[in-house]
Design a protein around this ligand. Structure first.
Ligand SMILES: [Zn+2]
Ligand SMILES: [Zn+2]
Length: 385
Protein backbone atom coordinates (compact mmCIF):
# COMPACT_ATOMS: atom_id res chain seq x y z
CA UNK A 1 0.00 0.00 0.00
CA UNK A 2 1.13 3.54 -0.70
CA UNK A 3 2.59 5.62 2.10
CA UNK A 4 0.41 8.48 3.27
CA UNK A 5 1.70 12.04 2.94
CA UNK A 6 2.56 12.81 6.59
CA UNK A 7 2.35 16.58 6.19
CA UNK A 8 -1.09 16.31 4.61
CA UNK A 9 -2.19 14.02 7.45
CA UNK A 10 -0.87 16.49 10.01
CA UNK A 11 -2.84 19.35 8.40
CA UNK A 12 -5.95 17.21 8.35
CA UNK A 13 -5.58 16.19 12.02
CA UNK A 14 -5.06 19.85 12.95
CA UNK A 15 -8.31 20.79 11.21
CA UNK A 16 -10.19 17.97 13.00
CA UNK A 17 -8.69 18.94 16.35
CA UNK A 18 -9.68 22.58 15.99
CA UNK A 19 -13.19 21.66 14.87
CA UNK A 20 -13.59 19.38 17.92
CA UNK A 21 -12.08 22.06 20.16
CA UNK A 22 -14.64 24.61 18.99
CA UNK A 23 -17.49 22.15 19.75
CA UNK A 24 -16.75 20.61 23.15
CA UNK A 25 -19.31 18.27 24.74
CA UNK A 26 -19.58 17.07 28.34
CA UNK A 27 -19.47 13.37 29.30
CA UNK A 28 -22.25 11.22 27.73
CA UNK A 29 -23.36 14.27 25.71
CA UNK A 30 -20.77 13.71 22.94
CA UNK A 31 -23.38 13.37 20.15
CA UNK A 32 -21.68 15.65 17.63
CA UNK A 33 -18.20 14.37 18.48
CA UNK A 34 -19.29 10.72 18.16
CA UNK A 35 -20.98 11.41 14.81
CA UNK A 36 -17.81 13.20 13.63
CA UNK A 37 -15.65 10.23 14.67
CA UNK A 38 -17.97 7.63 13.14
CA UNK A 39 -18.15 9.51 9.81
CA UNK A 40 -14.36 9.75 9.60
CA UNK A 41 -13.84 6.08 10.46
CA UNK A 42 -16.35 5.05 7.76
CA UNK A 43 -14.61 7.35 5.28
CA UNK A 44 -11.34 5.47 6.01
CA UNK A 45 -13.14 2.15 5.36
CA UNK A 46 -13.47 0.87 8.94
CA UNK A 47 -16.41 -1.09 10.32
CA UNK A 48 -18.10 1.22 12.83
CA UNK A 49 -20.38 0.64 15.82
CA UNK A 50 -22.01 3.67 17.46
CA UNK A 51 -23.86 4.08 20.73
CA UNK A 52 -21.58 1.67 22.63
CA UNK A 53 -22.06 2.58 26.29
CA UNK A 54 -24.03 5.75 25.52
CA UNK A 55 -22.05 7.86 23.05
CA UNK A 56 -19.04 5.54 22.63
CA UNK A 57 -17.78 4.57 19.16
CA UNK A 58 -15.79 1.46 18.15
CA UNK A 59 -14.03 1.18 14.79
CA UNK A 60 -12.63 -2.14 13.60
CA UNK A 61 -9.87 -2.59 11.02
CA UNK A 62 -8.56 -6.01 9.93
CA UNK A 63 -5.62 -6.78 7.67
CA UNK A 64 -4.06 -10.15 6.78
CA UNK A 65 -5.13 -13.45 8.29
CA UNK A 66 -3.85 -13.10 11.86
CA UNK A 67 -6.40 -13.78 14.58
CA UNK A 68 -4.91 -11.53 17.25
CA UNK A 69 -6.69 -8.29 18.17
CA UNK A 70 -5.49 -5.23 20.07
CA UNK A 71 -7.26 -2.03 21.07
CA UNK A 72 -6.25 1.64 20.96
CA UNK A 73 -8.32 4.05 23.02
CA UNK A 74 -9.05 7.79 23.01
CA UNK A 75 -11.45 9.85 25.13
CA UNK A 76 -13.92 12.39 23.68
CA UNK A 77 -15.39 14.44 26.54
CA UNK A 78 -14.81 18.04 27.61
CA UNK A 79 -15.13 19.86 30.94
CA UNK A 80 -17.43 22.47 32.46
CA UNK A 81 -14.74 25.16 32.37
CA UNK A 82 -15.08 28.59 30.70
CA UNK A 83 -12.25 28.94 28.18
CA UNK A 84 -9.97 31.98 28.37
CA UNK A 85 -8.11 31.32 25.10
CA UNK A 86 -8.56 33.82 22.25
CA UNK A 87 -7.66 31.57 19.31
CA UNK A 88 -9.97 31.37 16.31
CA UNK A 89 -10.97 27.78 17.23
CA UNK A 90 -11.90 28.59 20.86
CA UNK A 91 -14.97 26.93 22.36
CA UNK A 92 -18.31 27.94 20.86
CA UNK A 93 -20.11 26.36 23.86
CA UNK A 94 -20.21 28.82 26.79
CA UNK A 95 -18.89 27.20 29.96
CA UNK A 96 -17.66 24.03 28.27
CA UNK A 97 -14.10 23.49 27.12
CA UNK A 98 -11.63 20.85 25.96
CA UNK A 99 -9.30 21.68 28.85
CA UNK A 100 -7.80 18.18 29.06
CA UNK A 101 -6.83 17.77 25.40
CA UNK A 102 -9.32 14.99 24.62
CA UNK A 103 -9.90 16.81 21.31
CA UNK A 104 -6.23 16.08 20.56
CA UNK A 105 -6.50 12.45 21.72
CA UNK A 106 -9.53 11.90 19.46
CA UNK A 107 -7.80 13.51 16.45
CA UNK A 108 -4.64 11.45 16.96
CA UNK A 109 -6.55 8.17 17.10
CA UNK A 110 -8.47 9.17 13.96
CA UNK A 111 -5.10 9.97 12.35
CA UNK A 112 -3.80 6.51 13.33
CA UNK A 113 -6.93 4.91 11.85
CA UNK A 114 -6.38 6.75 8.57
CA UNK A 115 -2.68 5.85 8.57
CA UNK A 116 -3.25 2.15 9.27
CA UNK A 117 -6.22 1.85 6.89
CA UNK A 118 -4.18 3.51 4.12
CA UNK A 119 -0.80 1.86 4.68
CA UNK A 120 -1.54 -1.42 6.46
CA UNK A 121 1.69 -2.97 7.69
CA UNK A 122 0.10 -5.20 10.30
CA UNK A 123 -1.56 -8.61 10.49
CA UNK A 124 -4.69 -8.94 12.64
CA UNK A 125 -7.47 -6.75 14.01
CA UNK A 126 -7.32 -3.29 15.56
CA UNK A 127 -10.21 -1.92 17.65
CA UNK A 128 -10.31 1.88 17.78
CA UNK A 129 -12.16 2.75 20.98
CA UNK A 130 -13.52 6.28 21.42
CA UNK A 131 -14.90 6.45 24.93
CA UNK A 132 -17.32 8.96 26.44
CA UNK A 133 -17.24 10.51 29.91
CA UNK A 134 -13.62 9.95 30.96
CA UNK A 135 -13.64 12.98 33.24
CA UNK A 136 -16.17 11.65 35.67
CA UNK A 137 -14.92 8.09 35.44
CA UNK A 138 -18.08 6.52 34.03
CA UNK A 139 -17.46 6.08 30.29
CA UNK A 140 -15.22 3.02 30.32
CA UNK A 141 -17.59 1.15 32.66
CA UNK A 142 -20.52 2.10 30.40
CA UNK A 143 -18.76 0.63 27.35
CA UNK A 144 -17.70 -2.50 29.25
CA UNK A 145 -21.24 -2.86 30.57
CA UNK A 146 -22.54 -2.62 27.01
CA UNK A 147 -20.58 -5.74 26.03
CA UNK A 148 -17.44 -4.08 24.63
CA UNK A 149 -15.22 -7.12 25.30
CA UNK A 150 -17.76 -9.65 24.03
CA UNK A 151 -18.81 -7.73 20.92
CA UNK A 152 -15.36 -6.37 19.97
CA UNK A 153 -12.85 -8.75 21.58
CA UNK A 154 -9.21 -7.70 22.03
CA UNK A 155 -6.29 -9.09 23.98
CA UNK A 156 -4.51 -5.93 25.04
CA UNK A 157 -5.09 -2.17 25.06
CA UNK A 158 -3.00 0.99 24.70
CA UNK A 159 -3.81 4.63 25.39
CA UNK A 160 -2.08 7.96 25.88
CA UNK A 161 -2.55 11.33 27.53
CA UNK A 162 -0.90 14.62 26.63
CA UNK A 163 1.25 16.13 29.38
CA UNK A 164 2.00 19.86 29.74
CA UNK A 165 5.58 20.36 30.87
CA UNK A 166 6.92 17.38 28.93
CA UNK A 167 8.51 18.55 25.63
CA UNK A 168 6.68 17.95 22.34
CA UNK A 169 7.75 14.65 20.81
CA UNK A 170 8.68 13.15 24.19
CA UNK A 171 7.00 10.05 25.64
CA UNK A 172 7.21 8.50 29.07
CA UNK A 173 5.56 5.86 31.19
CA UNK A 174 6.43 3.23 33.77
CA UNK A 175 5.38 -0.29 34.70
CA UNK A 176 3.08 -1.06 37.61
CA UNK A 177 1.07 1.75 39.26
CA UNK A 178 1.13 4.88 37.08
CA UNK A 179 -1.99 6.81 38.08
CA UNK A 180 -3.92 6.72 41.32
CA UNK A 181 -7.34 5.72 42.55
CA UNK A 182 -9.69 8.60 43.35
CA UNK A 183 -12.15 8.42 46.25
CA UNK A 184 -14.56 11.19 47.23
CA UNK A 185 -16.03 11.89 50.66
CA UNK A 186 -18.67 14.02 52.30
CA UNK A 187 -18.89 14.40 56.06
CA UNK A 188 -21.99 16.07 57.49
CA UNK A 189 -21.81 17.39 61.04
CA UNK A 190 -25.19 17.86 62.71
CA UNK A 191 -25.84 19.81 65.88
CA UNK A 192 -28.18 22.57 66.90
CA UNK A 193 -27.83 26.07 65.50
CA UNK A 194 -28.51 29.10 67.65
CA UNK A 195 -27.79 32.71 68.52
CA UNK A 196 -24.19 33.81 67.95
CA UNK A 197 -24.25 35.39 71.42
CA UNK A 198 -25.20 32.12 73.18
CA UNK A 199 -22.93 29.29 71.90
CA UNK A 200 -23.33 27.35 75.18
CA UNK A 201 -27.07 27.00 74.58
CA UNK A 202 -26.73 25.11 71.28
CA UNK A 203 -24.52 22.56 69.55
CA UNK A 204 -22.88 24.61 66.83
CA UNK A 205 -20.91 22.76 64.15
CA UNK A 206 -18.32 25.20 62.77
CA UNK A 207 -15.61 24.85 65.42
CA UNK A 208 -16.07 21.07 65.24
CA UNK A 209 -15.74 21.20 61.43
CA UNK A 210 -12.53 23.26 61.66
CA UNK A 211 -11.07 20.76 64.13
CA UNK A 212 -12.10 17.90 61.89
CA UNK A 213 -10.41 19.47 58.83
CA UNK A 214 -7.16 19.64 60.84
CA UNK A 215 -7.55 16.15 62.32
CA UNK A 216 -8.05 14.62 58.86
CA UNK A 217 -4.50 15.75 58.02
CA UNK A 218 -3.20 13.07 60.41
CA UNK A 219 -4.47 10.21 58.24
CA UNK A 220 -1.59 10.51 55.78
CA UNK A 221 0.99 11.90 58.21
CA UNK A 222 0.32 9.56 61.14
CA UNK A 223 -1.79 6.57 60.09
CA UNK A 224 -0.43 5.50 56.68
CA UNK A 225 2.95 3.85 56.32
CA UNK A 226 5.56 6.32 55.02
CA UNK A 227 6.17 3.77 52.24
CA UNK A 228 2.64 4.23 50.92
CA UNK A 229 1.47 7.10 48.76
CA UNK A 230 -1.79 8.71 49.83
CA UNK A 231 -3.50 12.09 49.56
CA UNK A 232 -6.42 13.37 51.66
CA UNK A 233 -7.59 16.79 50.46
CA UNK A 234 -10.47 18.71 52.01
CA UNK A 235 -11.80 20.86 49.20
CA UNK A 236 -15.04 22.38 50.54
CA UNK A 237 -16.41 23.47 53.92
CA UNK A 238 -20.00 24.65 53.90
CA UNK A 239 -21.99 25.70 56.98
CA UNK A 240 -25.54 26.98 57.32
CA UNK A 241 -24.84 29.84 59.71
CA UNK A 242 -25.14 33.53 59.08
CA UNK A 243 -23.30 36.51 60.57
CA UNK A 244 -25.13 36.41 63.90
CA UNK A 245 -26.34 32.77 63.94
CA UNK A 246 -24.25 29.69 64.65
CA UNK A 247 -24.58 26.84 62.13
CA UNK A 248 -26.39 23.67 63.13
CA UNK A 249 -25.00 21.88 60.10
CA UNK A 250 -21.59 21.79 58.43
CA UNK A 251 -20.50 19.79 55.39
CA UNK A 252 -16.92 18.87 54.63
CA UNK A 253 -16.16 17.52 51.16
CA UNK A 254 -12.98 16.24 49.64
CA UNK A 255 -10.94 13.91 47.55
CA UNK A 256 -8.47 11.09 48.32
CA UNK A 257 -5.82 9.44 46.13
CA UNK A 258 -3.99 6.14 46.57
CA UNK A 259 -2.38 3.36 44.55
CA UNK A 260 -3.45 0.24 46.47
CA UNK A 261 -6.94 -0.87 47.55
CA UNK A 262 -5.56 -1.52 51.06
CA UNK A 263 -4.53 2.15 51.35
CA UNK A 264 -7.91 3.37 50.11
CA UNK A 265 -9.61 1.11 52.70
CA UNK A 266 -7.30 2.37 55.46
CA UNK A 267 -8.04 6.03 54.58
CA UNK A 268 -11.79 5.39 54.77
CA UNK A 269 -11.52 3.51 58.07
CA UNK A 270 -9.39 6.24 59.69
CA UNK A 271 -11.66 8.98 58.32
CA UNK A 272 -14.73 7.37 59.90
CA UNK A 273 -12.92 6.94 63.23
CA UNK A 274 -11.61 10.51 63.30
CA UNK A 275 -14.98 11.98 62.21
CA UNK A 276 -16.83 10.07 64.95
CA UNK A 277 -14.24 10.92 67.61
CA UNK A 278 -14.06 14.60 66.72
CA UNK A 279 -17.84 14.90 66.56
CA UNK A 280 -18.12 13.31 69.99
CA UNK A 281 -15.49 15.65 71.44
CA UNK A 282 -17.47 18.67 70.18
CA UNK A 283 -20.91 17.32 71.11
CA UNK A 284 -22.25 17.01 67.56
CA UNK A 285 -22.99 14.02 65.29
CA UNK A 286 -21.10 12.99 62.13
CA UNK A 287 -22.26 11.13 59.03
CA UNK A 288 -19.59 9.99 56.56
CA UNK A 289 -20.29 9.08 52.91
CA UNK A 290 -17.25 7.63 51.13
CA UNK A 291 -17.30 6.64 47.43
CA UNK A 292 -14.73 5.16 45.04
CA UNK A 293 -14.67 6.94 41.66
CA UNK A 294 -11.50 5.79 39.86
CA UNK A 295 -9.38 2.65 40.32
CA UNK A 296 -5.55 2.78 40.16
CA UNK A 297 -4.04 2.50 36.69
CA UNK A 298 -1.60 -0.44 36.63
CA UNK A 299 0.55 -0.86 33.51
CA UNK A 300 1.65 -4.32 32.38
CA UNK A 301 5.47 -4.53 32.57
CA UNK A 302 5.94 -6.44 29.29
CA UNK A 303 3.60 -4.11 27.37
CA UNK A 304 5.38 -1.04 28.79
CA UNK A 305 8.57 -2.36 27.16
CA UNK A 306 6.65 -2.87 23.92
CA UNK A 307 5.10 0.62 24.00
CA UNK A 308 8.44 2.29 24.72
CA UNK A 309 10.07 0.29 21.90
CA UNK A 310 7.26 1.37 19.56
CA UNK A 311 7.80 5.01 20.61
CA UNK A 312 11.56 4.69 19.98
CA UNK A 313 10.84 3.39 16.47
CA UNK A 314 9.20 6.70 15.50
CA UNK A 315 10.91 9.23 17.82
CA UNK A 316 14.39 10.20 18.90
CA UNK A 317 15.84 7.63 21.30
CA UNK A 318 16.45 10.17 24.07
CA UNK A 319 12.86 11.44 23.80
CA UNK A 320 11.47 8.18 25.23
CA UNK A 321 12.01 7.28 28.85
CA UNK A 322 10.69 5.52 31.91
CA UNK A 323 8.83 7.98 34.18
CA UNK A 324 10.45 8.54 37.56
CA UNK A 325 7.28 8.57 39.66
CA UNK A 326 3.61 7.58 39.52
CA UNK A 327 1.11 10.46 39.35
CA UNK A 328 -1.64 11.11 41.89
CA UNK A 329 -4.08 12.05 39.10
CA UNK A 330 -6.64 9.46 37.96
CA UNK A 331 -7.68 8.00 34.59
CA UNK A 332 -10.71 6.04 33.47
CA UNK A 333 -8.45 3.94 31.18
CA UNK A 334 -7.68 1.93 34.34
CA UNK A 335 -11.08 0.21 34.03
CA UNK A 336 -10.04 -1.51 30.79
CA UNK A 337 -6.89 -2.79 32.51
CA UNK A 338 -9.09 -4.64 35.01
CA UNK A 339 -9.94 -6.97 32.08
CA UNK A 340 -6.96 -7.05 29.71
CA UNK A 341 -3.28 -6.10 30.10
CA UNK A 342 -2.19 -2.83 28.55
CA UNK A 343 -0.10 0.29 28.77
CA UNK A 344 -0.92 3.97 29.17
CA UNK A 345 1.71 6.54 28.21
CA UNK A 346 2.21 10.29 28.58
CA UNK A 347 3.02 12.38 25.53
CA UNK A 348 4.64 15.82 25.70
CA UNK A 349 2.40 18.86 25.16
CA UNK A 350 5.25 21.33 25.61
CA UNK A 351 5.22 24.45 27.74
CA UNK A 352 1.44 25.02 27.99
CA UNK A 353 -0.96 25.89 30.82
CA UNK A 354 -1.79 22.85 33.04
CA UNK A 355 -4.58 20.39 32.28
CA UNK A 356 -8.03 21.62 33.44
CA UNK A 357 -6.82 25.24 33.35
CA UNK A 358 -9.04 27.79 31.47
CA UNK A 359 -5.98 28.79 29.39
CA UNK A 360 -4.91 25.23 28.53
CA UNK A 361 -4.49 24.40 24.85
CA UNK A 362 -3.53 21.18 23.13
CA UNK A 363 -0.45 21.77 20.95
CA UNK A 364 -1.16 20.64 17.39
CA UNK A 365 2.55 19.96 16.84
CA UNK A 366 2.06 16.81 18.95
CA UNK A 367 -0.64 15.32 16.69
CA UNK A 368 1.57 13.48 14.25
CA UNK A 369 3.72 12.03 17.06
CA UNK A 370 0.64 10.55 18.71
CA UNK A 371 -0.78 9.08 15.50
CA UNK A 372 2.58 7.59 14.54
CA UNK A 373 3.01 6.14 18.03
CA UNK A 374 -0.40 4.44 17.85
CA UNK A 375 0.45 3.00 14.42
CA UNK A 376 3.87 1.82 15.61
CA UNK A 377 2.30 -0.03 18.54
CA UNK A 378 -0.05 -1.83 16.14
CA UNK A 379 2.74 -2.78 13.74
CA UNK A 380 4.84 -4.09 16.59
CA UNK A 381 2.11 -6.04 18.41
CA UNK A 382 0.45 -7.32 15.21
CA UNK A 383 3.68 -7.77 13.24
CA UNK A 384 3.49 -9.19 9.74
CA UNK A 385 5.12 -12.60 9.34
ZN1 LIG B 1 -9.04 15.67 32.56
ZN1 LIG C 1 -7.81 13.84 30.30
Amino acid sequence: MAELDQQALHSEMTAWRRDLHAHPEFGFEEQRTAAFVAAKLREFGLEVAEGVGGTGVVGTLTRGSGNRAIALRADMDALHIAEQGRQAWRSQMPGTMHACGHDGHTSMLLGAAKLLAGEGGFDGTVRFIFQPAEEWGRGALAMLGDGLLERFPFEEIFGLHNMPGLPIGHFETRSGPVMSAEDNFEIVLKGLGGHAARPHAGQETLVAACALVVNLQTIVSRRLSPADIGVVSVTELIADGTRNALPGMARILGDCRSFRPEVSAAIEKEMRRIADGTAQAYNVAAEVAYTREFVPLINDAALVDEALAAARSVLADDAVRVAAEPMTASEDFARFLDHVPGCFVFMGNGDTAPLHNPSYNFDDMALLHGARFHAAVVRRRLAVG
